[in-house]
Design a binder for this molecule. Structure first.
Ligand code: SAH
Length: 230
């Protein structure tokens, strides 16, 4: 079973949205598990301090390596081979491919920093993988962890039904998905493309492939090898 452990100063943020809908149902059915641990349990002194001022000066606070290491070491089960991630805008960009890899594995340990970030020595000493969910700055790692877990959980066999395993979703084959339509057949003077009502499956597949290629070329030429229009 895919086992997620999240280390955070705000354990009440979990499962949050992952307790609803498909991820939530899968959690209830024990297709995956989620445990949120409070970093402050390992805080120092009467105030359970987890952070301190930055060496060299500057604004903000930095999370202490000793506190975070104690928190990480307390979750490592014997033989625990789960990847250990730390949320960071400096990290490797999170992708659908990464999610597929992780969803097929034993689960994830995710460290969610706050403040300016963590003491750099921790990352090396505990071999953490820095992961970013995009080129913007969140106020903490929790929303990034929720996003990563959401993407992974829907890829666990039996969680989503066949849709998510299908090869046609956005980012599979380096393509964006084709457009969708449903009833009514005409709405505000706009018709559903004729080919989709034709019942000709080969033609429909061909139309969808071309639309996916057209959208990818137009919006995300960086995604990969999209053939030129023919
Ligand atoms: N001073 C840092 C930003 C700190 S934001 C910098 O300039 O890089 C506080 C925390 O939010 C980060 O430590 C990280 O855990 C999380 N975070 C912010 N943006 C993120 C992103 N795009 N992806 C993943 N985690 C992010």
């Amino acid at each position: 079973m895919f086992a997620a452990t999240v280390l955070t100063l705000f354990p009440a943020m979990f499962p949050g949205p992952l307790g609803q809908s498909l991820a939530g149902e899968a959690l209830t059915r024990r297709r995956w598990s989620l445990e949120a641990r409070d970093i402050r349990d390992h805080g120092l002194g009467r105030h359970r301090a987890v952070d301190d001022t930055p060496a060299g000066g500057g604004p903000g606070m930095v999370m202490r390596a000793d506190v975070l290491a104690a928190s990480l070491d307390a979750v490592a089960l014997p033989g625990d081979s789960r990847p250990r991630l730390i949320m960071s805008p400096r990290g490797a960009p999170f992708t659908q491919g990464r999610a597929r890899e992780w969803a097929a594995g034993p689960g994830l340990v995710i460290l969610c920093p706050r403040f300016e970030g963590v003491d750099e020595r921790l990352i090396e000493a505990r071999s953490l993988t820095e992961v970013s969910i995009g080129d913007y700055v969140l106020s903490g790692g929790e929303i990034a962890a929720l996003a990563i877990l959401d993407v992974c959980v829907r890829l666990i066999p039996g969680v989503m039904g066949k849709e998510a395993s299908g090869a046609e979703e956005s980012f599979e084959n380096d393509l964006l998905e084709y457009p969708h339509f449903t009833r009514p057949r005409e709405w505000e003077g706009r018709a559903i493309p004729e080919v989709l009502l034709s019942g000709d499956h080969a033609k429909i597949a061909e139309w969808r492939r071309r639309e996916a290629e057209r959208l990818t070329r137009q919006r995300r030429p960086d995604l990969g090898r999209v053939p030129p229009p023919d």
